[in-house]
Design a binder for this molecule. Sequence first.
Ligand code: ME8
Length: 505
Amino acid sequence: MKKYITTPIYYTNGAPHIGHAYTTILADVFKKFEQMKGNDVFFSTGTDEHGQKNQHTCEAAGLPIDVFLEKQSGLFQAVFDRMGIDYDYFVRTSGEPHKEVVRSILTDLYDRGMIIKKSYEGLYCEGCEQFKKESDLDENGLCPDHKKAPKLILEENYFFRLEPYREWLREYIQLHPDWIKPQNYAKEVLKMLEEPLDDLCISRPKSRVWLGIELPFDKDFVTYIWFDALINYISTLKFGSNPDFNSYWANSYHLLAKDILKPHCIYWPIMLKAIGIEPVGKCIVHGYWIGEGGVKMSKSLGNVVDPNEVIDMMGVEPLRFYLINAMSISSDSPISISLLKQGYKQLANALGNLQMRVIKMVDKNLQGEIPSDVSLLAEDMEVLESVSKSFADVYKKDIDLETAIELSDCIMQACNKLNMYFANNEPWGLVKDETKMERFKQVVYTTLDALRLIATAIYPLMPNVAHSILKSLSADNEKLTAEFNPKALGVGKVIVPDPLFPYLG
Ligand code: ME8
């Protein structure tokens, strides 16, 4: 089956931080998860390169716009490449293929009378690149996300009417309870849809914003950044010319944080409806990583955790695992270097140490030979079967925030169960008694086979760790699929590995 997974396209007005890393890692985990199930996944990410915010940052940097955008977008590509993100397409909205699709959609909607010109006065938050209502602001009249007062703006602009689609969208959300997940965000959107929707201002006068796609029907205006950016999700799939468009779109997933719920779950489905396309398959929404000061980490506030710094300290894969495991389902999650170190130590204790101990034991006492000809006791089979079943059950689930968290929880639980099994059976004692050699072999085989199952299940989260474990079990040729058969580790020799998670200090 074809599947399409997207991340938001990120503003180029700052360097990527852990928040951007997270959503992109989540998408990569889902891609690998689906590939293990045999699905054909197209995964896109990219940068949002227009609008006032990017324009002001470029002006302050004193660089020519192309140089600025290339440099800033490159920061995202570099960190994604460093994190092993296997994206299929990196969209840059300043690129011609994207702009062409935006222009053709604008022309079509304008020709059908769905875009009108009028004057408008409103409060504009540059951080959000959105007009705000008084009710969107905090008690001090500031944008709750950017802690800045919006500016009062009066100008002539082009508008797209949202209100005619409000009832349809409400019904759509009610009829598709899994369309926005977790469901608390669906409730939030339904609440927004209780009030009539203002017309969406889809242009900006060039006198104020020059960085954007010129309107095909009025050269004095550029396209509003959100109208332009949302279209990336279909321009990436080459809407209008790709014969596979419908099969990818039918199983499509937008990943995003709650800051951009409204554009994705109100503007975008309505824009698609007007264009004649069904809404995206599912919107997967997550909360914020909360940085120092107990507020959302953001470039504008300067309280960010830099993914490059974390990777230098602990490597990519422990970061991937930590982020997936530590995000809570429907609220925000704290992050700091010390929390990341704690997560690293847990992995080292639960997985790295066990792998090293059992492999060294086999190396020393069985000349490295995996004792695959032993017959196991019921107690051993119970460990293997319960671990296999828990993985098989998670891998049956659809892409969802809960699924990602559950996968990482399941792996930690399997590691804990295995550690307990190993400790209770005391193989270091068994090996000293000739009459208990058979039991020793059963225990180490069970542990090695369970490690093989864990390595397979962990692949979407930590692909290199998965390969290293399999290699240490001489099982690196094993195809990584979502089949978890117990007692399938064959003959071979273990290879004493380098530590998976070296001591951090
Ligand atoms: O909104 N915690 O771009 P953006 C968790 N260009 N995730 C976070 C986060 C945090 N503290 N901070 C950022 C834009 N993110 C638009 C999107 S899409 C058509 C246009 C992640 O650079 C999260 O995915 O502000 C969030 O939705 C996104 O970065 C916002 O990135």
